[in-house]
Design a protein around this ligand. Structure first.
Ligand code: MEV
Length: 315
């Protein structure tokens, strides 16, 4: 028996890193997806097949005994949990197909966790979206214990969402959003960047607390601008958010150049996700898309992203 599900990647409009410390973030699911297909197998093992690597792990081994790469842990966790809870005797194969480049801040690992959780449970008992989300967040935390759950939530729900660890809400924009995503082509580690921010916080407790207060204010104002469709002030606030991310040390020279290029013609630009590499986003509309694309194409690979309103889909 086979079961497939897919989930979208995401960009963070406001609040990456700060969300780890309880500040609200605003995220948007994008039209690039990961599809997971799961199948029960007779062999007593969990098999993972993906573009970034394969693994065959015998059932019952502890994490320490497993030779599988770290990034496979969430899938092993999800598979073991489902096999155990459903009382299934055999093993599982999970295949992942992705349209989202990994390590670029576009939520590939969160989308993979959501799609994998849904496809695995689709074999036994289809679970509601909220439960898939809860399991996907727990799976993601097997490799990155501080994960806020923001990326996973945006992927599962789709659309634009506002997120804190205890509150997830959909946001209806007053005007449809158009974003350009530009890729620095430098792969980052979210865990490393989150650690970098933690070290910054430990060295600058007071300044960091003040930055969190400013970010919280920025996010609240950004929500009002989103709802009223005021692109100019939204873009301005993205640029202000970028200044704070830069101060914390998660931007890079290349990302700064990309943000500067995009800033000349778009409403505003910033890194999206953990930083240290990965992507930037620029807010545009029909009046400045072509110009901004033209400027960014000179320094990086870029594309126009559309909002995904569906989130998790059982196929
Ligand atoms: C990564 O896409 C977003 C971070 O805020 C980490 C997290 O929220 O778990 C950097």
């Amino acid at each position: 028996m086979k079961s497939s599900a897919s989930a979208p990647g995401k960009v963070i409009l406001f609040g990456e890193h700060f969300v780890v410390y309880g500040v609200r973030a605003i995220l948007c699911a994008i039209d690039r997806r990961i599809t997971a297909t799961s199948e029960t197998i007779d062999e007593l093992e969990i098999r993972i097949r993906s573009e970034i690597g394969d693994a065959e792990v015998p059932l019952g081994l502890s994490w320490a005994d497993q030779k599988a790469p770290r990034f496979m842990r969430p899938f092993l966790h999800l598979a073991r949990e489902a096999l155990g809870e459903s009382g299934t005797k055999g093993g599982l194969e999970i295949r992942l197909e992705s349209e989202i480049p990994p390590g670029m801040g576009l939520g590939s690992s969160s989308a993979a966790c959501v799609a994998a959780a849904a496809s695995i449970w689709g074999l036994f008992e289809k679970k509601p979206r909220e439960e898939i989300l809860r399991r996907a967040i727990a799976a993601e935390r097997t490799i990155f214990e501080d994960a806020s759950g923001a990326d996973t939530s945006a992927s599962a729900l789709g659309g634009i969402v506002s997120y804190t660890r205890d509150r997830l809400e959909r946001v209806d924009p007053g005007k449809s959003l158009c974003l350009i995503i530009a890729n620095s082509e430098y792969v980052h580690s979210t865990r490393e960047e989150v650690l970098k921010v933690r070290r910054f916080k430990e060295r600058n407790e007071e300044a960091f607390a003040e930055m969190c207060r400013r970010e919280q204010g920025l996010v609240e104002s950004a929500l009002s601008s989103l709802v009223s469709g005021d692109m100019r002030s939204l873009g301005l606030m993205m640029t202000q958010n970028q200044e704070m991310l830069k101060k914390m040390g998660v931007s890079t020279e290349k990302l700064d150049v990309m943000v500067m290029e995009a800033g000349r013609t778009s409403y505003g630009a910033k890194i999206t996700g953990a930083g240290g590499g990965g992507c930037i986003i620029a807010l545009v509309d029909e009046s400045n898309t072509a110009q901004t694309l033209g400027a960014l194409e000179k320094v990086s690979e870029c594309f126009v992203a559309r909002i995904d309103f569906e989130g998790l889909k059982y196929l």
